[in-house]
Design a protein around this ligand. Structure first.
Ligand SMILES: *Cc1c(COP(=O)(O)O)cnc(C)c1O
Length: 471
């Protein structure tokens, strides 16, 4: 009997729809979404009754029904892919979207994508054009290459290159370079997909020029160098630089392909970072085809950029695979905007967020840390301690794996109290904050927190501490 009474207390759907607060959210949230939320939230109550939960608990849920429906509907209606604050100090963070695009180029991207564009139309001749033409010249200019093209990502670039240049034939690779990049990019697997035959030479730690030479046969289509971007083999090692392979290229008339991965266009050692081979160097050295990512150290959108000899690039453009790997206008617009900054080195350091963050001075990072600390200094909780500490940031994205860049972190100690929950609350903040958790402390690396995000991080910390107090 008691049970039946409780069921009767659950408001009817029409009843709920008629309430003022629900009518109000119906102005911004589609009716179907609100209806789903109503059904879900009332179902929860029915289940509680069926499971013989305490009457008190059930009444409370019924009392809060309107609020639960509203927050459920708002969540359902919110964007699932959204902005977060990267407080990890990993600059090229693949899980957090890799490179940040400069806001200033958004105006043109917006203009292009919210209107018709000349994506595949030649405005001078009035005939059909190529989508690659918009960036080919600027890529060639930045890299010194004869020709260029762009596909979906660097994995696609390697696939297309191998399929075009070595389908059904041999490609020689050093055993020390059979890499796997986060996720599922494995050179041997990409090789199979591309229908090229992998010929491994040398050993894991040592490969010599004669290893390559011995493997060359009539079936050899190319020599492939893969930049071991996400690890280093240290100690008793030797590998053959791409430039040394030129000797074999000339002797046997074989093209050399280099997968550079990160795609640096500027010598980062000038800014105190480890030297990372630049695309220009590879081209200057005579490498026939070079591939790299658009969203690693280049600091642009996700893309795979292929540069090198025109005859090969032309063949790639004609490959059927290209149609499946082609880039969208969003990508082309963002890539063109990013590359324009490369026309002047000073611009690169100031305007490409990825490079700006990597080369940011310790003074500037420290100032940001002090600013964040001032924002939260007045929070009075006895078990809570803040300090600014010397730490290290990482490049990330499988680039410069050994590089540890000195940085400043704001470090919160919570006496072990609710640390996991605190970190979880940061992730649930209106602009989620992703921090580093290490040995009972939370680290906020100011290298990847932008100046205008400092106050948001402070708000997030306050919010998370409030939530903790409530438990
Ligand atoms: C990152 C990387 C890739 C894959 O590039 P994506 O743009 O992520 O597809 C391939 N090769 C190397 C050497 C890399 O570092």
């Amino acid at each position: 009997m008691v049970e039946r009474n409780l069921f009767k207390l659950i408001p009817k759907v029409d009843d709920i729809l008629g309430r003022d607060n629900i009518k109000k959210i119906l102005e911004t949230i589609p009716r179907n979404v609100v209806l789903d939320s109503i059904r879900e939230e009332t179902k929860l109550i029915r289940e509680k009754i069926k499971n013989n939960k305490q009457e008190e608990e059930i009444l409370e849920v019924i009392n809060n029904l309107e609020l639960s429906i509203i927050s459920n509907a708002e969540y359902k209606n919110s964007y699932k892919l959204r902005r977060v604050i990267n407080a990890t100090g990993v600059v090229v963070h693949t899980n957090l979207g890799r490179s940040v695009i400069n806001e200033k180029i958004m105006e043109n991207i917006n203009d292009v994508v919210t209107h018709y564009s000349n994506l595949e139309f030649d405005l001078l001749k009035g005939v059909r054009g190529s989508r690659y033409s918009h960036v080919e010249e600027i890529i060639a200019k930045c890299t010194g290459a004869e020709a260029a093209m762009v596909v979906n990502n660097n994995a696609a670039a390697v696939l297309l290159v191998l399929n075009t240049m070595a389908k059904g034939r041999d490609v020689i690779v050093s055993r020390g370079e059979l890499i796997e990049i986060g996720g599922s990019f494995r050179i041997p697997d990409v090789m199979i997909q591309s229908s090229a035959h992998l010929v491994e030479v040398g050993t894991t730690n040592k490969t010599h020029l004669f290893d390559y030479e011995k493997a060359i046969s009539e079936d050899t289509a190319a020599l492939l160098k893969v930049h071991t971007s996400n690890y280093r083999i240290l100690g008793f090692t030797s590998s053959v630089d791409a430039v040394d392979l030129i000797e074999l290229k000339n002797k046997y008339n074989l093209p050399i392909i280099e997968d550079l991965g990160s795609g640096v266009l500027l010598d980062l050692s000038k800014y105190g970072l480890e030297y990372e081979p630049t695309v220009q160097d590879s081209i200057k050295n005579g490498i026939d085809i070079v591939t790299f990512s658009g969203d690693k150290l280049l600091g642009g959108p996700q893309a795979g950029i292929i540069v090198g000899k025109k005859q090969y690039i032309e063949a790639m453009k004609k490959n059927q695979l290209t149609r499946a790997l082609r880039v969208d206008k969003f990508t082309i617009a963002a890539l063109e905007g990013t590359l324009k900054y490369y026309m002047d080195e000073e611009n690169v350091v100031n305007e490409i967020p990825t490079i700006r963050m990597l080369t940011d001075s310790i003074e500037s990072i420290n100032n940001k840390a002090l600013k964040l600390k001032r924002y939260i200094d007045n929070i009075e909780i006895d078990y809570f301690d803040i300090a600014i500490e010397d730490e290290f940031s990482e490049v990330g994205g499988g680039s410069l794996p050994l590089e540890r860049i000195p940085t400043k972190c704001l470090v919160l100690s919570l006496d072990g109290k609710g640390l996991q929950k605190f970190e979880e609350c940061l992730r649930r903040f209106s602009i989620p904050i992703i921090a580093r958790l290490y040995k009972d402390r939370v680290y906020f690396d100011l290298r990847t927190i932008e100046e205008d995000e400092i106050s948001i991080v402070a708000e997030g910390i306050k919010y998370a501490l409030e939530q903790l107090k409530e438990c």
